[in-house]
Write a protein that binds this ligand. Sequence first.
Ligand code: DQA
Length: 147
Amino acid sequence: QRILLINGPNLNLLGTREPQIYGSTTLNDVINQAKVQADQLSIQIEDFQSNHEGAIVDRIQAARGEIDGIIINPGAFTHTSVAIRDALLGVGISFIEIHVSNVHAREPWRKHSYLSDKAQAVICGLGVFGYTAAIEFAAKHMKVNTG
Ligand code: DQA
């Protein structure tokens, strides 16, 4: 089973960016831990981070036929991007949306996501443990994509 882990804009700053909201674990730590977890679960994880909407769209399109499930933290594109929504729907790969912070406890405009109604699951507010939870769920419940 092949899982693609996508992190959107500013998540490269995880660990140093607003640590009172996002904690002190870096994206590198998250990715390393995800790879260890993937080995234990006998699944494969590919990771991709970009600050650019089009690059994320391109990566999602390239996943067609190669990836069984996507775990995505779209960062601020959560609240703005019809293009990322359309890309996920276009490739027909099921996805889990994840946010480190509880987006419902912050500015009101963070409550709206362009992805949530199409996601298999949405995780928010668990801190970086959300990635661990998403990977464990994906390994157990995301179907191998044969399409
Ligand atoms: C985030 C929440 C978004 O609202 C924000 O723009 C981010 C990170 C999170 O992980 O909590 O960049 O997706």
